[in-house]
Design a protein around this ligand. Structure first.
Ligand SMILES: NC(=O)c1ccc[n+]([C@@H]2O[C@H](COP(=O)([O-])OP(=O)(O)OC[C@H]3O[C@@H](n4cnc5c(N)ncnc54)[C@H](OP(=O)(O)O)[C@@H]3O)[C@@H](O)[C@H]2O)c1
Length: 331
């Protein structure tokens, strides 16, 4: 195995805030702790959290790398004493930060083996969105075959993973997005009901298809959506909020319709979960869906790869809301 350098190149954020810039900096190589793997990064997924972090709105968890990047794919080049069996393996997984760099630390419990036939860019587009969707649908939503699931932003990174997992569970799936080409992608992924929210009010359109209502709503939009979603819920229905892209305030919220349905509004984050939670989540996901992933019954939707020196262009594309599926940096 090649010698491991003491320094690496990484993308740093200068001037965090609305005028932030990404620059390449020399950083010391991170040293793996007893439970960690050192990865020679081949590809890193881009996530909206990276855009928020560079604006100063989403600091990394305490003690974690300040380098952007929540998921990587690459080869293990060093490992804690109990984890030497990972050496030389191609892996991917969630990192708490530090992904936009030539080398990154990955907790051994969060590592997944790259399935045969997958490129490093594809697997770098997999962990964050599939683990999030799995958590929202299964661990939190407890979704069951035959249930009605509404997935907002169906063509987004998380949305494309959630549509596939919900169909794999056997749910009926409705999606909302802003354009017909995004709806076409959702249909290819298996969505049953396609709603362009620019053309129609999603709640009115969905009520026509599902007059009995919805069991689970996956919502990264929040704001005014919450008020509009509550009347759609079946008895004991759940609204699972995982971002607040339209804002934190819910105007004119009337709790009575939620109460009448014994409805639940649940908020969830992934990044600030403990290592042991992420280990259980990763292993449960890989056990349930590793084979489906390997056989491409489910797979990441990778829109575009960027050389890592072009991270700024990639961020601008993501901020434009024109993406379908994922963007990835390659090293
Ligand atoms: N809580 C967690 O555990 C967790 C985990 C992963 C991601 N997230 C968060 O979830 C959100 C989605 O992540 P992602 O990776 O799927 O994002 P993404 O791939 O960048 O897609 C986001 C899409 O959301 C839609 N959108 C944006 N602003 C909107 C608004 N104001 N109203 C309605 N739709 C809007 C747009 O699609 P349309 O064109 O269809 O509107 C946009 O393309 C992000 O905020 C991310 O940080 C949370």
């Amino acid at each position: 195995m090649a010698t491991i350098p003491s320094m690496m190149q990484a993308i740093a954020v200068v001037n965090p805030g609305k005028d932030s810039k990404l620059v390449i900096e020399q950083r010391p190589l991170p040293q793996p702790g007893p439970e960690q793997l050192l990865i020679k990064v081949a590809a890193a997924g881009i996530n909206r959290a990276d855009l928020m972090q560079r604006r100063g709105a989403y600091p990394p968890p305490e003690g974690e790398s300040d380098i952007l990047g929540l998921e990587v794919a690459g080869v293990v080049i060093a490992a804690g004493p109990q984890h030497k069996s990972w050496l030389g393996k191609a892996v991917f997984g969630l990192v708490p930060g530090g992904g936009y760099a030539e080398y990154a630390l990955l907790h051994a419990g969060h590592a997944m083996v790259v399935p045969a036939g997958y490129s490093m860019a594809e697997v770098a587009a997999t962990a964050e969105v599939f683990l999030t969707a799995y958590q929202l649908l299964s661990s939190i939503g407890n979704s069951q075959p035959g249930q009605h699931v509404l997935i907002h932003a169906g063509a987004s990174g998380v949305g494309t993973a959630a549509v596939q997992l919900a169909k794999a569970i056997g749910c009926k799936v409705a999606v909302t997005t802003s354009s017909d080409d995004k709806l076409e992608l959702c249909q290819k992924l298996g969505a049953d009901i396609l709603i362009n929210y620019k053309d129609v009010a999603f709640e009115q359109e969905l009520s026509k298809h599902w007059p009995d209502g919805v069991d689970i709503i996956l919502d990264p939009v929040a704001g005014d959506y919450i008020r509009r979603e509550i009347p759609l819920l079946k008895m004991d229905g759940k609204i699972v909020i995982y971002a607040m892209m339209a804002g934190r305030d819910v105007p004119d919220l009337d709790m009575a319709p939620l109460f009448k349905r014994r409805g639940q509004i649940i908020c969830s984050t992934l990044r600030n979960r403990t290592n042991s939670y992420k280990t259980r989540l990763t292993q449960a996901f890989y056990q349930a869906y590793g084979q489906a992933l390997a056989q491409r019954q489910i797979q990441p939707v990778l829109q575009q790869q960027f050389h890592w020196h072009q991270a700024e262009q990639a961020h601008q594309l993501m901020a434009s809301n024109r993406t379908k599926g994922k963007l990835v940096l390659t090293f």
